[in-house]
Design a protein around this ligand. Sequence first.
Ligand SMILES: NC(=O)c1ccc[n+]([C@@H]2O[C@H](COP(=O)([O-])OP(=O)(O)OC[C@H]3O[C@@H](n4cnc5c(N)ncnc54)[C@H](O)[C@@H]3O)[C@@H](O)[C@H]2O)c1
Length: 274
Amino acid sequence: MANGLLKGKKGIIFGALDERSIAWKTALACVAEGAQIVLTNAPIALRMGKIKELAAQCNAEVIPADATSMADLEALMQKSMEVLGGKMDFILHSIGMSPNVRKSIPYTDTNYENFLKTVDISALSLHRVLQSAMKADALNEWGSVVALSYIAAQRTFPGYNDMADTKAILESIARSFGYYYGFAKKVRVNTISQSPTMTTAGSGVSGFDAFYHYAEKMSPLGNASAEDCANYCVLMFSDYTKMVTMQNLFHDGGFSFTGVSAGIVEEMMKGQGQ
Ligand SMILES: NC(=O)c1ccc[n+]([C@@H]2O[C@H](COP(=O)([O-])OP(=O)(O)OC[C@H]3O[C@@H](n4cnc5c(N)ncnc54)[C@H](O)[C@@H]3O)[C@@H](O)[C@H]2O)c1
């Protein structure tokens, strides 16, 4: 569906691990729409992941950066501008990891060292990315930064654990930094709250399969896929959304505003033998 929406635009895509990653699909969609990109991920993910395959498909350079390291991010901003030949227009923050989720530590027994890591990696990293971009003056006016969130920021989903609190912080950082970056440079900052999606990060959440199928049945349009999310990111990077900032945008087939669906009621009745 390429329409040249990002022709002439340049950007950084964080978080493509394998072909299921939302960032992977977004990288491909951005390039198909005419953008020039740099790919980045944590050094360990670069060793384990398949990012070189994606880089070849996107004709993109891969620059390692741990999103919890200011030094890495400052170097990333400079190198990206060198490689792309100037300032950039968009950044995708597609980063999430919780050691408590990985180790299946229940929320009420949380390990606080782990909790701090979750917040550092999955939320403060957005602040770091924005701060390093602003200090390096790496984004053109009307540039667009998107981070990915989940509805557990607003409502409780058992199993999502400390990622729920962390997504609430992430969304708040998008609002707060969006205010300052908007006044300073007309740069917009938004989060996209995506449906459950079968990826490495997604399927690490306990009971994820049930979440996924429940959301599919609850949502009038069904779950939004990673490809759908990539298209929404493209739109958010394009000039068609230039006045949208500081928002948390639900991209979930209507899940967030549905109380209950007939399909779910039917399942419940079946469960009760009716
Ligand atoms: N999959 C879902 O159900 C779902 C739903 C809503 C939102 N999201 C969000 O989408 C984003 C992308 O996740 P995904 O589902 O594509 O999974 P994914 O596992 O493919 O991507 C997560 C990425 O975060 C990267 N990362 C982890 N620690 C990092 C660090 N220190 N520095 C830099 N990168 C680091 C990983 O290497 C990986 O590439 C996350 O923010 C996630 O919370 C996912």
